[in-house]
Design a protein around this ligand. Sequence first.
Ligand code: ADP
Ligand code: ADP
Length: 227
Amino acid sequence: MIRLHNVSKTYRTDKVETLALKDIDLAVERGEFVALMGPSGCGKSTLLNLIGLLDRPGRGSVEIDGAAIGSYGDKTVARLRNRTFGFVFQSFHLIPDLRVIDNVELPLLYRSLSGGERRKLAREALTRVGLGARMDHFPNQLSGGQQQRVAIARAIVGRPHVLLADEPTGNLDSKMGAEIMDLLLQLNAEGTTVVMVTHDEQEARRVGRIVRVFDGQLVGQEQLHAA
Ligand code: ADP
Ligand code: ADP
């Protein structure tokens, strides 16, 4: 469902040019769980951002369900992104002044739904991540693992086909990290495609496929479990 063909990405600042990705060919099929691995600075986040239409490649093409986004305007890309992807980050990016339930509703504000419908979807998403009893808490009243669950609920509330997670366990201890992995595996088993960046080899071995990145290039793949 996602295809990158010959994709390169260069970042330019005043003085420096960084070739972050070079000639990437990658396909992610519906239902897969893919882990992107590699040392810091090798291009994993850049790759995830290109897959998730947060950024455009300098060269090459990105296709979603057979449609190349190169010719699409920014508005069309944004609509496709919001419909297709949910995002989870290492630092949870919750809004501290909003209750958990209101944080989860945020991505729905741009859809033509009533307040009641939004609330219902947010409740369902929170129940799905095991936080049905924490809806009226504020983020700082929750553990790191619980905050990441809220972020995952916010990512799935709009029923995206694909969940993109950039080091979702990076700020968590190993027990909480393993619980977040359990949750991601469960969501994947229920049909959500997942692409995750991780540094944790043990974690990566639980997913379907490992894609290894080094110096902006794909240097190896391992198929572990069928999708
Ligand atoms: P990783 O996620 O594997 O740590 P990144 O994709 O974040 O790697 O970065 C790849 C390379 O691109 C690095 O050399 C990084 O410094 C550079 N880079 C990333 N984002 C930017 C940016 N916004 N501007 C300039 N250079 C960037
Ligand atoms: P960190 O690794 O420092 O915790 P994150 O994993 O939170 O960083 O964020 C990874 C990247 O995603 C950053 O480059 C950030 O700018 C970008 N990012 C974070 N939140 C969003 C968002 N809501 N929409 C688009 N990009 C985001």
